[in-house]
Design a protein. Sequence first.
Length: 144
Amino acid sequence: MLRKLLVVLATTLLVAACSSEPPPPPPPPPPVAAAPTSYMVFFDWDRSNLSQQAVQTIGQAAAAYKQRGSARITATGHTDTSGPESYNMALSLRRANAVKDALVREGVPAQAISVIGRGEQGLLVQTGDGVREPQNRRVEIVVQ
């Protein structure tokens, strides 16, 4: 009798184990934030007007912004070391604002764009004072 009872109990447990549903799969990992994308726009000496190449690059940055949805853009202006520091600080801001204006024309909301002027700080190519270096005359556009 005990043996019969144990067989029935084992059979019942086996059937119960087989009929239960498997546990649900684990949730997917959270989406990884896209890495910031950066673009560079270069300027002629003592100028803040945009070249055709600059306009194309700004168009690419605007497209990256639109693709991300709720992104932020930072436009950071730079100069080379020729000219007085105070003049170069103002020139770097004019350059960054020229880029911002072009981004707005491309459909990026003005409130999504931060403008920074760094003047002679953050040289791409290290030079002495008074050196006209084209790579340093730029605006870096970062889409985050």
